[in-house]
Design a protein around this ligand. Structure first.
Ligand code: NAP
Length: 356
């Protein structure tokens, strides 16, 4: 299991995406890298996507979501299975073809999918267990909203409900509150009716952004402890969701009330935090949990699927609106990466790969 980031662990079996098959297949445009480095290593690749294998669905991509883990993969901070590599955790689009054994996904069906790899492309093959048809009540959902919700919507639902088990009296703290994940978590937390939602941000200009996402109190990362102390009269927070790491993780852990839960789901600032001993956690009556949608989607798609379905249902009924900050053409993936790693995201970034 990967430690704290949204990254496949070294032990995960990750399919190599979009190999340049000499035989039958469909030509498609993709963006990937054949060496790690800065955003400039993201280049166009003309590839042949093999026909979908047994249990697979070929998705004609409309939108691909851009995620922080893809920046880490591009930099070489998170290992990828092989080079050249086409990143891309999530997409929306239409079924282009199905492999043997798939009978319930007609060609042309609108879908959202947890690709895990290969999403920065016009076409990608995905195991059917990670493909979510946008039918029934979800039929009217925009493909833009669907792509935006797959990873961060799923993560917000799973972390707040299954892991942290928030309730109406919960005081919840979220780091990097102004970004894409911060926005999704705020929307789901509001839907669940949490009592107080505290967000932390890295710069003053993000305070208003996070407030607009739905946070009651927004403070600089360094003021997390003070904000929790003030908001709870010294009792502490029930839940902390941390994706920044380092001192923010440590402050979040120290700010927990007895029986509080910290969910670690990223390490944007690096994996520099020190972990307390299990006995120290016992004496403080707190728990530290981890969430990695990649690892879970790969290892046990049937476990993660209900959270994705719930997230898409919340998008359908209007409870989960994830602000899309900007849509780039697929060929401009490097621009999206610059925005994300430059800490300039105030919502979700998408790549337009084909017809929406
Ligand atoms: N485990 C999972 O399944 C999962 C799923 C989705 C997302 N995530 C994680 O959640 C986090 C948010 O994802 P996102 O795609 O929505 O990104 P985002 O929040 O829009 O952008 C990342 C934010 O992290 C903060 N940050 C702190 N230190 C940073 C540093 N040294 N470099 C860059 N950013 C830094 C910045 O906010 P401030 O300026 O406010 O500090 C930055 O805007 C990421 O860490 C991602 O890996 C995990």
């Amino acid at each position: 299991m990967s430690e704290t980031s949204n990254a496949p662990s070294s032990g995960s079996v990750v399919p190599t995406p979009l190999t340049q098959a000499p035989g039958a297949g469909r030509a498609c445009r993709a963006v990937g890298f054949d060496r790690t480095g800065g955003p400039e290593v993201l280049i166009r690749r003309d590839l042949v996507q093999p026909e979908p294998g047994p249990g697979e669905v070929a998705v004609r991509v409309a939108y691909a979501g851009v995620n922080f883990v893809e920046v880490l993969q591009r930099r070489g901070a998170v290992p990828v299975p092989a080079l050249p590599f086409v990143p891309g955790l999530e997409v929306s689009g239409h079924v282009a073809a199905v492999g043997p054994g798939i009978v319930d996904l007609p060609v042309g069906t609108a879908v959202a999918a947890f690709t895990i790899v290969g999403g920065y492309a016009e076409l990608v093959n995905v195991p059917a267990a990670r493909v979510f048809p946008l039918v029934g009540a979800a039929a009217g959902m925009s493909l833009e909203a669907a792509a935006a919700a797959v990873t961060i919507g799923t993560s917000a639902v799973a972390m707040l409900t299954e892991l942290a088990r928030v309730g109406p009296r919960s005081v919840v703290v979220v780091s990097a509150a102004a970004g894409g994940a911060g926005a999704a978590i705020a929307a789901v937390a509001r839907h669940l009716g949490v009592s107080v939602l505290i967000g932390t941000v890295g710069s003053a200009d993000k305070v208003q952004v996070a407030r607009a996402h739905g946070y009651d109190i927004v403070v600089p990362h360094a003021e997390l402890a003070t904000a929790v102390h003030r908001a709870t009269g010294g009792r502490g927070a029930d839940v902390v969701l941390d994706s920044v790491g380092g001192q923010v993780f440590e402050a979040g852990l120290a700010a927990l009330a007895p029986r509080g839960r910290l969910v670690k789901f990223g390490s944007a600032a690096g994996r520099t935090e020190s972990l307390p001993s299990p006995m120290a956690l016992a004496l403080a009556n707190v728990a530290v949990m981890g969430w990695s949608s990649i690892d879970l989607a790969l290892a046990a798609p049937e476990i993660i699927a209900p959270a994705t379905e719930k997230a898409l249902a919340l998008v359908t009924d209007g409870s989960l609106v994830i602000p899309v900050q900007e849509v780039f053409d697929l060929s401009d993936a490097a621009k999206a990466h610059r925005l994300l790693e430059g800490r300039r995201t105030t919502g979700k970034l998408l790549l337009l790969a084909g017809q929406a």
